[in-house]
Design a binder for this molecule. Structure first.
Ligand SMILES: Cc1cc2nc3c(=O)[nH]c(=O)nc-3n(C[C@H](O)[C@H](O)[C@H](O)COP(=O)(O)OP(=O)(O)OC[C@H]3O[C@@H](n4cnc5c(N)ncnc54)[C@H](O)[C@@H]3O)c2cc1C
Length: 466
């Protein structure tokens, strides 16, 4: 193994970092500090050819292969004990084609970098709400963010992908070439290969109108019910979400309310400002906000506005659901558990996934549950490992209470390591087709460090993949 890794280092444009290397401690870390493992090597891939080399070595030597984009996976899929890690972080080039309205980005690009480059062209596509998250994992799992009601999920904006498959081939998948693989990449997670380059459709988006509002818990149920009814007919340019959040020490929060839990609404409006003002005024008519920071700002600024709440090094434990109808009963459950949000870093977001997300037929991409209207996430994040028991219990209890009001699966990108048994439910009717594509492109399950879709056995009777 040592020999193989040494020979690999000689063939690469990037670097191989192994235990003993002074960069190893930093290089082995992922965003979730709960994941404390020691891979055999972290390969900082600089080119697609580097990725090909790593995939081939892992396959030949039978090593576990972890693929890391932005490193934000809550279960820590971007690393593993004894594994070889294909770390794509050096691959962050972003090129915009103004005429075609497309942007092509390296597989390790973060949304912050992507947004900064496309913003200079007055363009954007749906990404996550935190700028340090990778476009890789987020897009491959679906991609929920401020722009998804207007422009669909991140994966709905994917036009093509350069992919290194399990046999070490570098291919381009799109609607015409390797269409089955392209279908699976749009929601199926990192199961099908390493994407070295993503090409997205981008849209004219410059400044947005919005920001957070904090409401008293006593007004919480009314605000949540208003949001549910409002979003049914809200113009697609509205891309906000309700949340439970402890008020951080920010200038717009009254000092004596810092540290208290609130029901929050975070708004992002990409239409004419006057109409946005009118829509957001609707929330103030339901209840007077305790604090708010609403105004015009660059889209990229809203996309990094909450980065400070989620620095690297926190402990993470999350649970995800899909909800068709946010019933009064479900809201009552949220009002019981949401206010118990234990730390300022933790949060609960109820993302609406209607609008343009529902324009795409349920079987057109692998993303499951386009019939859902909300994708709630209970995101437990806290600094001190001594609090792990208390915080994970809050997430688990909360999830158990909303489960009867939710679909069986949840959004793969918000799931935890103990959610592997939900993978089939996460994809619903698309799961079997995913297992077939997996058999075609990765029959030996080389790419298994993810919410894993097991390849359908060659001679299996129908249904055995589940
Ligand atoms: C603070 C925080 C905020 C978040 N906000 C959002 C949000 O707003 N919207 C949303 O939809 N999700 C959000 N997520 C969830 C996020 O989508 C997932 O954690 C996602 O997996 C992160 O992708 P990554 O590339 O950063 O992670 P990584 O840990 O690097 O990778 C995650 C998975 O994707 C695979 N992968 C990554 N890049 C590639 C690639 N180029 N080719 C093949 N496989 C790859 C990995 O192998 C792994 O299985 C958030 C997560 C965190 C921690």
């Amino acid at each position: 193994m040592t020999q193989a890794l040494g020979a690999l280092a000689d063939r690469l444009a990037g670097q191989v970092i192994r235990p003993g290397d002074e960069r190893y401690e930093e290089a082995r870390r992922v965003h979730n500090a709960m994941v404390d493992v020691r891979p055999a090597a972290i390969v900082r891939c600089a080119t697609a050819d580097d990725v090909v080399e790593v995939v081939r070595v892992a396959a030949e030597k039978g090593m576990d292969l972890a693929v890391r984009g932005g490193g934000h996976s809550v279960p820590g899929f971007g690393t593993a004990e004894g594994a070889i890690v294909a770390d794509l972080s050096p691959m962050q080039s972003v090129d915009v084609d103004d005429a075609q309205r497309t942007a092509t980005a390296g597989g390790g690009t973060t949304w912050g970098r992507f947004n900064d480059v496309t913003a200079a062209h007055g363009l954007a596509t749906t990404g996550g709400i935190i700028s340090t998250t990778g476009i890789g994992g987020l897009t491959l799992g679906g991609g929920i963010g401020y722009l998804c009601r207007a422009h669909g999920l991140s994966c709905d904006n994917l036009l093509s992908a350069r992919v290194v498959t399990a046999d070490g081939s570098l291919i381009t998948a799109d609607e015409n070439e390797y269409a089955d693989l392209f279908w699976a990449l749009r929601g199926g997670g990192g199961n099908f290969g390493v994407v070295t380059e993503f090409t997205f459709r981008v849209h004219p988006v410059t400044t947005v109108y919005g920001g957070p509002m904090f409401f008293e818990l006593s007004d919480g149920a009314a605000v949540l019910k208003y949001f549910r009814d409002f979003i049914r007919t809200a113009p697609r340019e509205y891309g906000g979400f309700p949340a439970f959040q402890i008020a951080p020490p920010l200038p717009f929060v009254p000092e004596n309310r810092v540290g208290e839990p609130f029901v929050a609404v975070v708004s992002c409006w990409t239409g004419p400002v006057e109409e946005g003002e009118r829509l957001i005024e609707g929330f103030r008519a339901v209840a007077r906000p305790v604090a708010e920071h609403i105004g015009e700002m660059p889209y990229a600024a809203l996309n990094s506005a909450f980065d400070g709440l989620v620095p690297p090094g926190l402990q993470h434990y999350w649970k995800a659901a899909y909800v068709r109808e946010l019933t009064d009963e479900a809201i009552a459950v949220h009002m019981e558990y949401g206010p118990k949000v234990p730390t300022v870093n933790s949060t609960v977001h109820l993302y609406p996934i209607d609008g343009a997300v529902h324009d795409v037929p349920a079987d057109a991409t692998a993303f499951g549950h386009r019939d859902a209207n909300f994708a709630p996430v209970i995101a437990g994040m806290w600094p001190d490992p001594a609090d792990n028991e208390r915080n994970t219990r809050w997430v688990r209890d909360y999830y158990a209470a909303i489960a009867p009001h939710s679909e069986a699966g949840g959004y793969v990108n918000f799931a935890s390591p103990d959610d592997y048994d939900k993978v089939a439910d996460n994809y619903g009717a698309n799961y079997r087709r995913l297992a077939e594509v997996k058999r075609r492109y990765d029959p030996d399950n080389l790419f298994h460090l993810n919410q894993n879709i097991r390849p359908l056995p060659v001679s299996s009777p129908r249904g055995s993949a589940t």
